[in-house]
Structure formats: C-alpha cells, structure tokens
Ligand binder design. Structure first.
Ligand code: ATP
Length: 503
C-alpha cells in the first residue's frame, strides 16, 4: 500500500446541526494522499454526515473543508466533483436500464453539435473500463451485471476524471465473502497506483483488510484519529467504536420440539418444488448464491412472489399463496434486504412506521398510548440514535432505519419471522443485541428463517441450514456441520471473474 503523504483533504471545526440536533460536533480530520482512510462509528455516529459534508452534498453549519490547502467550503457538489472529490453513498446505484457506457458518461454525455456522440461515449467508457481492469461490455445493460460488478461500475463512476478521492459508504452491502475479497483486491490495486479512498464499514474485518488508518466517531464527536486498524484486534476496534466492551453473543443450538411451518412442494416462478419444515423455536438458515432459490423461496413464503403450486402451512393454517396480507394475518413477517426500495416509507415518523399496517386501536381510534409503548420498547432494546419519536424516517441514518424496520416486524408478533439480512448496516453492538433478541424470541417459540451473506452470522445463529442451487434445495447442514467452511463448500463458490487492477 502506498505511503501516506501530504494532506489531501482537511476539515477545521466542521460542524453540522439539524434543528436542535447536532449530527456532527466541530471536527478536525485529515485524509492523506495515498491512504485508505476508514471512518468508524455506531449507527447515527455521524459518518455519512461527515462524508456528505466533504463531498458537498450537505453544507456545514460551521467550519471549513480544505482540499490540497485550498478552502472549498462554499463550493457546491458539482465543482468538487470536477476537482475529483467523489462520494459513493449508501444509496447510490447504477441506472439499471441504461448501458454501462451511458452510466459511465453520466451526466456529461459527449456531444457532436446538438447530438449525442455515441461513438465517443463508447470510446470514453471503454477507456475507463480498461483503465480499471473491468471486463464487462460497454453495451451491456447495467442492470444485467452481477451485484459486485454493479458496485464496481458505480465505484468507477466515482473515480472518473482522475478522481482524487473516492469515498465509499458501506460499499460491500449485499456482497458475498468472495465478492468482497475480489472488490478489496481491486481497491488495493488502485491504491497501489496512488488512488486515495475513504471507506466506511461496520465490519472490523473489512476495516483491517483495507484501511491504513481510521477516524472513530461517537455521537457526532471524534474519539480516535490516526490509529492503524491492522495493529489492533477486532475486539479492540469494537471497543473503540462503542466506548465499551462488546460481549459477543453465542447462541446455544436448540433442537426443535414440534413442527410449526410446513412448506410442501412450493413452486414459484421457476423456483422449486421446495419442501421443508421449520420447528417451533427453530432458526433455519437458507443459503445459496443469487438466484439459487434461497431468497426467492423466502419471498414466496411471505407472499411477495407469485406461486404456482404447493402449500405453506403455519400452525395448521394453510396460507393463501402469493398474498402478502394473508401471509401476515397467518403469522408470517418478512424483513426485506432492500430497505430503500421496499422497506421504509420516508415521510412517516418513526412511531408511525413501527405500527404501520398494525395500528393498535381503542374502539374506532388509534391507541396513541400503545404506539408510544411500542416505540419505548424498541427504542431501549435497539438503541436508535434519533432526535424524537416523531422524526421522519428519511432523516435517519441507514442503520437506524434498519432497526425501525426490524422493530415494526417484531411488533407484529409473528409466528414465523423471515429475516433477509437482519443486520444490514447495523453497528457491532446492535448486531449482538439483534442476535440476542432473535434468540429470546425463538426461546419463546417463534420460528425464524434467516438469510445472511455474512457466514459468521449464519453459523452463530442457526439450528439448521438448507442449501439451494438451481432453484431447489440441494442439501442440509446440522450440528457440527454448520461451519463457515462447510457452508462455503456447499455453495460451490465460483471464483469471481475479475483480476485485480494491478494484474
Ligand atoms: N436531514 C436530517 N435531519 C435531521 N437529522 C438528520 C438528518 N440527516 C441525518 N440526521 C441525523 O444525524 C445523525 C447522524 O447520521 P449519519 O447518517 O451521519 O450516521 P452514520 O454514522 O452514517 O450512521 P449509520 O451507520 O447508521 O449509517 C443521525 O442521528 C441522523 O438521524
């Protein structure tokens, strides 16, 4: 990795206040040229706020941003982009129905007079792909690329114009272990050539794998700066982030006492037939590569995919397939892994979101007292960092939004909880709290189906694993067979097709 050199970007007393809420206290940080600089912190600590202030998508309440010594505080986002400062935010994605080339030249399409110059566009795009050792065709639709390739494409967009600084806010969300490693190798290769990165992640292993130094934020304040994460243990990093020791939760596997959920011959749009059972109080892991049938089956159970054959029975009641309201009424609740697309309703307040579609009533009226009690229950348990229960969901940090979605499902008191990436974007302390909570629910009889890219989470939480390939169950792991290596071996992990940039 390149030697850290002169300051590329510096902040002086940079502050962000929203109304009466201080998202970022006066902050002084320095990002050195050639470094991979990590920002760490719990949910709501202020990481995204800080990178948005650096990128110019949010303007500060006070303080300065210096770029190579020049004060750029008042420059807007577009000007900073021209200077090579780019942010790939948690929500940024490629435009699925545009080609790779169109995505890469956005928004500055090359023109010939009033016309779009397609040849120039393709040539520019191909040069970029070559420069960053990406081998997918410039004419492919961006939406047809694999998830990691879409991520690479969006990173390349942040690196265009010889980008001086690429800030990546949780870039590995929804990538498998193999995909992460290949992405990291690529980033390291670019870094070797002098590219500076800012990197945000809740995974200590990722921070240690890639960052040369870190800044740690807690409740909007810098509590550590300049540490080398490679010289620390994962527990030390967690302690720095949380401000306390994080007790890793270890679940004891419990044999199921009776069958609660019976899935029999389920066929859903080319997936299946799928048959399995889930016991009372059991956590069943569904594992498979994308489009293997694991996630499709989970969504079909929740009524979110049309089904053509088979039945789903919960406590003896047969659910009407393909009907989400019927699934909920029958006791099935599903946590989506697409928080932005199908999870949150931005304008709702937190307390409304927690009881959305599940309003407690007193006579004909919404029972406001019960809404408040629901908020209090999950606020203390899941520790949202928010200014009030009436704050709109869209203002919350990503991890806090995830906690609200989880709280909403728990408030439904389901019999079967289907969790698709329950700790997506959630910090190290809350992750353990979510695991503890799910364990308690299963101790009280709730059945859980878990999908998780993080094999460590899978291994620690489940009683049993069913693997999927080609749209049907391909095997089962129980007891001591449930290990990260065991799962990965069953997945028949195909190596990713890309070589690192330096190759
Ligand atoms: N537009 C806004 N209005 C009010 N408060 C906001 C707004 N944007 C962010 N906040 C608050 O600022 C705080 C910091 O949020 P930020 O998104 O920076 O956290 P984060 O460290 O990136 O968290 P996460 O790990 O969950 O993504 C949060 O408590 C959030 O609710």
């Amino acid at each position: 990795m390149s030697q850290a050199t002169a300051p590329l970007l510096e902040t002086r007393g940079l502050t962000k206040v929203y109304g009466r809420f201080t998202a970022l206290e006066p902050t002084d940080v320095t990002i050195h040229e050639g470094s991979i600089h990590g920002f760490l912190g719990k949910n709501g600590a202020g990481k995204s706020t800080l990178v948005q202030l650096l990128a110019g998508s949010v303007m500060p309440t006070a303080g300065q941003v210096l770029f190579r010594g020049q004060d750029i505080t008042s420059l807007p986002l577009a000007r900073r982009r021209e200077m090579g400062i780019h942010l790939l935010s948690q929500h940024a994605q490629v435009v699925a129905d545009l080609s790779v080339a169109e995505n890469l030249v956005l928004p500055g399409y090359p023109r010939k007079g009033p016309f779009l110059d397609r040849r120039a566009m393709r040539r520019q795009a191909q040069e970029l792909l070559d420069r960053y050792a990406l081998r997918f065709p410039v004419d492919a639709l961006a939406g047809s690329l694999s998830a990691p390739d879409q991520r690479r494409l969006s990173i390349v967009r942040t690196l265009m114009d010889q980008g001086a600084l690429a800030m990546l806010d949780e870039p590995t969300t929804a990538l498998s272990q193999g995909e992460r490693e290949s992405l990291f190798e690529w980033i390291r290769g670019l870094n070797e050539e002098g590219q500076t990165f800012v990197f945000i992640s809740h995974f200590n292993s990722e921070i240690q794998a890639i960052c040369t130094n870190v800044t740690v934020l807690r409740d909007g304040r810098v509590v550590a700066d300049g540490e080398d994460p490679r010289a620390m243990t994962s527990a030390e990093i967690s302690e720095l982030v949380v401000g306390d020791k994080v007790q890793e939760f270890v679940r004891t596997r419990r044999p199921a006492t009776r069958e609660r959920v019976v899935v029999d011959g389920l066929v859903s749009d080319g997936v299946g037939p799928v048959s399995f059972t889930v016991g009372e109080g059991e956590i069943l892991g569904l594992v498979g590569l994308p489009e293997s049938g694991a996630q499709e089956t989970a969504r079909a159970l929740a009524g979110l995919r049309p089904t053509q054959a088979g039945t789903v029975t919960v406590d003896g009641r047969v659910l009407r397939a393909g009907h989400v309201r019927d699934a909920i009424a029958g006791g099935v609740a599903y946590l989506t892994n697409d928080r932005i697309g199908e999870g949150i309703v931005g304008a709702l307040t937190i307390r409304e979101m927690l009881r959305l579609g599940n309003w407690p009533t007193r006579g004909p009226l919404v029972d406001d007292g019960e809404v408040s009690r629901t908020y209090d229950r999950y606020h203390s348990r899941l520790e949202f960092r928010v200014s009030s229960s009436r704050q709109p969901i869209e203002e919350l940090s990503g991890g806090n939004q995830q906690k609200i979605l989880l709280g909403r499902l728990l408030a439904l008191e389901p019999k079967l909880l289907v969790l698709d990436e329950p700790t997506l974007g959630v910090d190290v302390a809350t992750k353990e709290e979510v695991h503890r909570l799910v364990d308690e629910l299963t101790a009280n009889g709730m059945s859980v189906i878990l999908l998780a890219y993080d094999t460590d989470e899978m291994v620690r939480m489940v009683d049993r694993v069913i693997t999927f390939s080609d749209g049907t169950p391909s095997g089962q792991l129980t007891g001591d067979e449930i290990t990260a290596d065991g799962i990965i071996a069953r997945l028949n992990h195909a190596p990713t097709e890309l070589a690192p940039a330096s190759a």
